[in-house]
Design a protein around this ligand. Sequence first.
Ligand code: PMP
Length: 365
Amino acid sequence: MGKIHNFGAGPAKLPEEVYDIIKDELTNFDETGISLLETSHRSPTYFKLNKEVQDVVRRLLDVPSNYKILFLSGGGQGQFAGVPLNLISRTGTADYIVTGAWSAKAAKEAKKYGKVNMVLPPTDRYVDIPEQSTWNLDPNASYVYICTNETIHGVEFDTIPDTKGVPLVADMSSNFMSKKVDVSKFGVIYGGAQKNIGTAGVVLVIVREDLLNQALPICPSILDWTVNAKADSILNTPPMFAILVMGRVLQWIEKQGGLDKMAELATKKSSLIYDIIEDSNGFYYAPVAKNVRSKMNIPFRIGSPTGDDALEKEFLKGAEALNLIQLKGHRDVGGIRASTYNAVTLQEVQTLENYMKDFYKKHAN
Ligand code: PMP
């Protein structure tokens, strides 16, 4: 089998160098003679790894000292409940800025625990983010919730919203560590690791300390940030192997030149694809407004704005023949989606670019 180019939205490609490192340490972790898979989570070996991974997160994002770094389970969706359970008690109400399927799901989950104010008018066509001056923000909200990058719809915030002092909570599952962000502008940042920073099983949560100690009494301990912070993320058996993989990915990012380098590459890679779309006279069609087009997940249609089914099928078939895989769009939106996360190389995106150009030449009238 030739080299595979994986454009999947998640679980997504991991850096090739990280596989080499994990392979080497799989059966003899940190010179202990045993695998991390059979190591106690209450051993000095694991305590050391727990700190090592927290440290690399702190370095990469310049996380201020008044923020806790937590490794939790339950996936991104666990935090759809975790966020309101930990934060909504202050006023009983929260603002949700819904810009795609994932923030919509988070808002739905939050309604179980308090009042949810929808900041934007309802839509099922997520293709832009309205001007902040039109937003219906509630000054009494316990927090304002956003998903910085909508994995399915390909809508990415280009600025950090001004919430006038209300804590901002961000789901960064699909653009975590793709660029520098000013952590001090957020109350909480979280994300599942399986897209840009590792494998499924661990959620990275970064929470400002003054937002602890207000969980609802019904909050399960396993989702309670305060309880987990006190236990240094070893409340129960953590997903140790997923935390190791995340650590190795983050150390790899550091070695590549850090988040500025990731941002530079993300801009380059996504521009290659968006430029072909723009230059195709409508043959390729990207529905999302230019200023909020995602640099991580690029959804597009072929043949028309609603997609020509036969052409899209042929595109996917031809792509697979070239080992360009997992390009099928999410079932909610159809069409094609190319995910160009950190681990996807510029060369791989150029291979896709060339295929798109050839396909255009062959099929555009
Ligand atoms: N948020 C975003 C932005 C996502 O893309 C996803 C998963 N695709 C989730 C949350 C849910 O994550 P999980 O599957 O880990 O629960």
